[in-house]
Design a protein around this ligand. Structure first.
Ligand code: SAH
Length: 459
């Protein structure tokens, strides 16, 4: 085969970016926009020794799981890759993805995994679930200001449909971005240009406290201040009366990091509040807070259920962020020790513990691989260890330290099935721990991401 060759192929799998995968004449092909169960006519765009990429020319036979996308810009916007895949099929696929990684990477027996796994927890309504949007602001050559989301693997901004807005974001994001654009036009304010490093407005960060109704708008700027701030405040508060906080974040760095170091409140409160269960959290522009509040509560409830606390346990919450899981556990535990590397997140965690009247928690700043061995050396016992690492999983030192402490239970919350499987293999390899059960939880419908909560029990 060679570039531009046209061929017909049946799609049998999905890649990690949501691209269709099929096999043709001994080669594996990755095809954007094709779904498992589709037969497509495609043309080769790139060829390697054993695999290649192709572009869909025509869907010859659509998959029974293919649905009409509810989003007018899906396919062009890089945000959601599964808008054309029925939600039931998404859940089935994610459930299989976790199982396959546990078997392939984790080395677990498939029959065993099928026996212990609990049903995937999906959403009742998989749209408009995000409580946070980071919307890039740009300018076209004719001077039109555009806001939206990046196209796949690019920084080209795709605008959402004016009527529907982003289908996984909050419906009032459209009015908010419209108000910012009007303020920019009226006051002749430019958007930031990545290539020249000039221009002021970079991103609009919007956060919703879903249970409190509070809204924060934070403008990320390449400068120290904004002109006509009163005009912006007026426009925003008229467009969205739920706004309780307007901030600017100063980011004068080149590069892809969205937020800079400093945030200033220009109107209202510097934080918004949201609740997880009956616990309140103060969230600032920079705080890490799970983006799907409905599923977050289900995920943390499952973690709490797996921890099965009786009231006097010493619990570690590793990679604790702003203490969301820690405080969820603290209601039922003797004492909770959180460990987190981002100092601001730890400050939030301490404040959130105080705000909710907890006196049985403390939080340490530092890398888990450095802090945990020290705490253990000081003789702090652990009955239950909960860990929720970033996608790269836990460091080997962390897993070894956990094994040396030998808590009666380990609850592993993971946002990447591959590293979860790798880490569970290490935790179970010595024969001390057994994987008892796990539940995949769909925090990110319409995308390939999946969270998993697993319980390991000391034999
Ligand atoms: N449990 C929290 C946060 C989970 S996200 C929640 O559910 O909200 C993972 C967290 O791990 C982030 O807050 C990140 O800052 C932190 N982190 C990343 N690497 C770390 C490390 N080596 N040691 C400690 N924390 C780390």
């Amino acid at each position: 085969m060679k570039k531009n060759d046209v061929f017909e192929i049946e799609i049998t799998g999905l890649g990690r970016d949501g691209e269709g995968i099929g096999h043709f004449e001994g080669q594996t092909f990755f095809i954007n926009g094709a779904l498992p169960g589709d037969t497509v006519r495609a043309s080769v765009t790139k060829l390697k020794k054993t695999y290649g990429y192709a572009r869909v020319l025509e869907i010859v036979q659509p998959s029974p799981d293919r649905v009409e996308s509810v989003c007018p810009v899906s396919g062009r916007c890089g945000g959601c890759s599964l808008m054309n895949y029925s939600y039931i099929a998404q859940l089935r696929m994610k459930d299989a993805l976790v199982e396959d990684d546990l078997v392939r990477i984790g080395g677990f027996d498939r029959a065993f995994i099928e026996k212990i796994k609990e049903p995937i927890i999906g959403m009742d309504d998989p749209l408009h679930y995000r409580n946070k949007a980071q919307i890039p602001v740009g300018e076209r050559s004719d001077g039109k200001i555009v806001t939206g989301f990046y196209a796949r693997h690019s920084h080209r901004i795709v605008e959402p449909d004016g009527k529907t807005g982003c289908m996984i974001g909050s419906p009032d994001n459209e009015e908010i971005t419209h108000a910012v654009k009007s303020w920019m036009y009226e006051n002749r304010i430019n958007s930031y240009d990545e290539t020249t490093g000039k221009g002021l407005v970079r991103h609009i960060l919007i956060r919703h406290g879903v249970h409190t109704g509070q809204v924060m708008v934070c403008l990320v700027i390449n400068g120290r201040s904004i002109p006509a701030a009163d005009n912006l405040v007026d426009r925003l508060t008229v467009a969205c009366p739920d706004i309780t906080s307007i901030c600017i974040n100063i980011n004068k760095n080149k590069g892809n990091a969205i937020l800079g170091e400093r945030t200033e409140c220009i109107w209202g409160e510097p934080t918004i509040t949201d609740r997880v269960g009956d616990i309140s959290f103060d969230i600032s522009a920079k705080s890490f807070f799970q983006v799907n509040p409905v599923q977050m509560e289900r995920l943390y409830s499952r973690a709490l259920e797996y921890a099965d606390l009786k009231g006097n346990e010493n619990v570690y919450d590793l990679y604790s962020g702003i203490g969301t899981i820690s405080l969820f556990l603290a209601r039922k535990a003797g004492h909770v020790t959180g460990v987190e590397v981002v100092p601001d997140a730890v400050k939030d965690a301490v404040r959130n513990a105080r705000l909710n009247g907890f006196s049985n928690t403390n939080f340490y700043t530092g890398r888990t691989e450095d802090v945990l061995p020290k705490l253990v050396a000081q003789g702090r016992p652990a009955d239950v260890i909960v860990l929720d690492p970033p996608r790269k999983g836990a460091e080997k030192e962390v897993l070894d330290t956990i094994l040396s402490v030998a808590p009666s239970k380990i609850v592993y919350v993971s946002c990447d099935p591959a590293t979860l499987a790798r880490d569970l293999k290490i935790l179970c390899s010595g024969g001390l721990y057994e994987l008892k059960k796990y539940t995949p939880v769909d925090q990110f419908p319409e995308t390939m991401h999946i969270e998993t909560c697993s319980l390991l029990v000391r034999k």
